[in-house]
Design a protein around this ligand. Structure first.
Ligand code: SF4
Ligand code: SF4
Length: 397
């Protein structure tokens, strides 16, 4: 049920967006909109090249604005705070068949709520039923085994979660019942991202993969993406802003995100990208990259970003320092949560996620032999960053 206050907000926004919709020729040049749609593998679905990452979604009006701007693909999850609920609030004003919704096999708990290996078929089904109920819809277009490579350092253990019979049987039943259409999986590491995604691609069970992918260091990912593409799977890129350190690099007039998106989209295997859109201003900026070609000026912008931030950005999905710490500190996960806290404006989610880690960065303050520093090939000041992460994200630092 849409609350009266939200209804009024939505109605007012709808009036505004109708007036500025790309469908209305008189203002078509004023509001950036989607210019390109791409096939998601062999699913028969096409997505907007710049699409909506719902990790920070807190208002139904953003969904309506996105639809009005031509965005067709919405990525969400039960553990993304209010995200699914806000999509549900907007649902009554959306033609459901015109949009694509992807959610995850997760519990509606503080992130990460991913269903662990050992979950039963009924748990997977209940997770999807919960998503459908919150979003007031009868089906998901995609349901993903989420964040593969994040629940265990052990490759074989995560393979079990990825290919769990209970999950596959639940997916088959949900497909038969028309409650999900396609199966996908996502990964931002920190462990074995590329190996796990290749396993997913070769398993024949998945229709789409969603890797962390950007212009900074994913050496083996192109091989995985090429194989997925060859087999007719969709490839949807996330974490495309390489840490999103500084959206207004001096002298580049906000061009960094556009350059980063155009770099991702120049790869023909990529069906589209998802990016968190916190505000209408974010959406309008990001949509300027839709349908645009990557240029030599973009290349210079990315090189400048890499020079400025290359030694601060913990490469999502890298994980090369994992295992270097005798105290077992979960380095790469902590670095990712620090990125959410410092650069993504997702402080609450970062703090909740950090609180759930078993091996936090408490040992780093007194550590006289920071092996993690030497193990990072990009020269990141790992110990300092971990101490900063602990101080920033601990409820009781
Ligand atoms: S700290 Fe360095 S080695 Fe560790 S995950 Fe980040 S970039 Fe990779
Ligand atoms: S600083 Fe020391 S305790 Fe902290 S992660 Fe590095 S090696 Fe481990």
């Amino acid at each position: 049920m849409i609350k009266r206050r939200d209804f009024l907000k939505i109605a007012a926004l709808s009036t505004v967006t109708m007036a500025t919709s790309p469908l209305h020729a008189e203002t078509a040049t004023e509001t950036p909109s989607v210019k390109s749609y791409r096939a998601i593998g062999k699913t028969g679905l096409k997505m907007s090249d710049i699409s909506f990452g719902g990790g920070k979604l807190s208002a139904a009006s953003m969904v309506l604005r996105a639809v009005d701007s031509g965005i067709t693909y919405f990525d969400t999850a039960p553990d993304y705070g209010q995200s699914e609920k806000e999509i549900g609030e907007a649902m009554g004003r959306i033609q459901r068949e015109k949009i694509i919704i992807a959610s995850k096999f997760c519990n509606a708990a503080p992130n990460p709520g991913h269903l662990p290996f050992g979950s039963k078929k009924k748990d997977y089904i209940a997770a999807v039923e919960g998503s459908l109920s919150r979003m007031k819809t009868d089906y998901l277009d995609f349901c993903l085994v989420h964040a593969i490579g994040s629940m265990s350092k052990d490759l074989e253990a995560e393979k079990k979660r990825l290919l769990d019979d209970e999950m596959l049987e639940a997916a088959a039943d949900l497909k038969k019942a028309g409650k999900i259409r396609f199966l996908g999986t996502s990964s931002h590491g920190p462990d074995n991202m590329e190996a796990l995604l290749m396993t997913a691609v070769k398993s024949g069970h998945f229709d789409m993969i969603q890797p962390a992918f950007n212009f900074m260091n994913f050496p083996k990912l192109p091989e995985v993406m090429a194989e997925a593409y060859k087999l007719g799977m969709g490839v949807i890129a996330m974490k495309t802003l390489a840490g999103a350190k500084d959206m207004k690099i001096e002298g580049t007039k906000n061009e960094f995100p556009l350059a980063a998106f155009r770099w991702v989209l120049k790869n023909p295997e990529v069906s589209g990208l998802i990016v968190t859109m916190k505000t209408v201003a974010d959406m309008e900026l990001y949509l300027k990259a839709s349908g645009e070609k990557f240029t030599s000026a973009d290349q210079r912008t990315l090189e400048r970003y890499a020079r400025l931030y290359g030694s601060e950005y913990c490469r999502t999905g890298c994980g090369q320092c994992q295992g270097s710490c005798a105290a077992g500190v979960e380095i790469a996960s902590i670095m990712r949560y620090r990125m959410y806290f410092r650069d993504y404006g997702m402080e609450k989610r970062a703090m909740q996620s950090y609180a759930l880690l078993k091996n936090k960065a408490t040992a780093c303050f007194a550590c006289g032999d920071p092996a993690c520093v030497g193990s990072c090939p990009y020269g990141l000041p790992v110990q300092d960053m971990l101490c900063d992460a602990h101080e920033s994200m601990s409820f009781m630092a």
